[in-house]
Design a binder for this molecule. Structure first.
Ligand code: KG4
Ligand code: ZN
Length: 345
């Protein structure tokens, strides 16, 4: 068999992205081009993503980005074997823009279309970057998702844990807002925490000790609000201490939750020579979180895999790769039948 080349399109949130990825006959993937346009500036004045603004920005940017991805890859549409576009979950306006564009290209060119679940894109990225084999565990921590997933195969997943309230990135963003730090909150909280005393506040660590593997972060946010309103005015040192204590609470929660997940995985697959935990999503940029997971993996004798940051956050290479994986598994979609889905677990 020969190499397969695919064009990937991602528009589910506030990044417009296009990418060309090749799957070589030995199953190895290669990112040939990968362009991402962040809409951060359009949304930052509002302190979060505004769906209508996002959809319009995707409309304006997508055609140009697809052209750029093809040009950078040194190919034209005629040279790609298939199209992959995110069809959910996400903001419906953006999904419509990307999926309809993918459908149109597929119909006009007679090439197959792969309508990709955004979460599957995150879940399969480690196979592109590290050639990882199934099964493995994946922790997805972004602004919209907090999930611990057993990845058994292409299209074959078990969700072991999810948040019962806020996503982890959301907890960072809300905490930042409460403290008057800029959006997006994650990087701002992490930076402020560097100068802080992580032991000053004893914030709650919800669900610690429970055997189910879910997460909860809204109580933590409430505790932060109470601490912040009890001290007025807040000095820079107070903010730093709150941020550091907040990260410490999260680190302890994850240690407990993920630790149980690793143990469960080992029970389920006792003979796997190299069990692995993959982290994905924007919060994977956080160094406290990374070192917590690294340490945990060392203790449990797991490989810890953190794909390069630009592949942890939203991008089209992961959508292209998921399309290639489904292509290799013979799972195409009917371009006239697929519809975008804002919710798609
Ligand atoms: O995956 P992502 O880029 O977008 C989606 O949510 O789909 O993740 C963005 C989230 C935001 O909530 C942001 O605050 C958080 O990731 N984030 C961080 C850091 N960098 C980004 N959270 C904690 N520490 C960071 N360094
Ligand atoms: Zn994402």
């Amino acid at each position: 068999s020969s190499s397969l080349r695919i064009l990937g399109i991602e528009t589910s949130c506030d990044e417009t992205a296009a990418s060309v990825v090749v799957r070589h006959p030995d199953g190895q993937g290669e990112i040939v081009s990968d362009v991402v346009l962040s809409q951060l500036e359009e949304h930052s004045a509002f302190g979060g993503v505004v769906p209508e603004i996002a959809a319009r920005a995707h409309v304006e940017a997508l055609d140009g980005l697809i052209e750029e991805a093809l040009t950078r890859a040194g190919v034209t549409l005629a040279d790609v074997d298939a199209i992959a576009a995110t069809s959910g979950p996400g903001l419906i306006g953006g999904l419509l823009v990307g999926l309809m564009t993918g459908k149109a290209i597929a119909r006009a060119s007679g090439k197959p279309l792969y309508a990709v679940n955004h979460l599957e894109g995150h879940a399969l990225t480690a196979r592109l970057t590290d050639g990882l084999s199934f099964p493995y565990l994946m922790l997805l921590v972004s602004g919209g998702h907090t999930q611990l997933v057993l990845v058994k195969g292409v299209g074959d997943y078990e969700r072991w844990g999810t948040t019962i309230d806020d996503a982890l990135g959301e907890a960072f963003d809300k905490t930042a807002k409460l403290l008057g730090l800029p959006y997006p909150g994650g990087p701002a909280v992490e930076k402020a925490a560097c100068m802080g005393d992580a032991t000053r506040f004893d914030f709650p660590r919800p669900l610690v000790g429970e055997s189910r593997l879910d997460f909860s972060f809204s109580g933590l946010k409430t505790a932060v609000r109470q601490a912040a309103t009890a001290i007025q005015p807040l000095t820079e040192q107070d903010i730093a201490d709150i941020c550091a204590s907040f990260q410490r609470a999260i680190s302890r929660t994850l240690k407990d939750r993920i630790g149980r997940g690793l143990a469960r995985f080992s029970e389920r697959f006792p003979d796997l020579p190299e069990p692995a935990l993959v982290v994905a999503g924007g919060v994977a940029a956080n160094l406290v979180l990374r070192s917590t997971l690294e340490e945990l993996c060392r203790d449990h004798r797991f490989r810890f895999i953190a794909p390069p940051l630009r592949l942890c956050t939203d991008n089209a290479a992961m959508i292209a790769w998921a399309g290639l994986e489904r292509m290799a598994a013979g799972m195409p979609d009917d371009p006239l039948a697929v519809a975008p889905r804002s919710r798609w677990p």
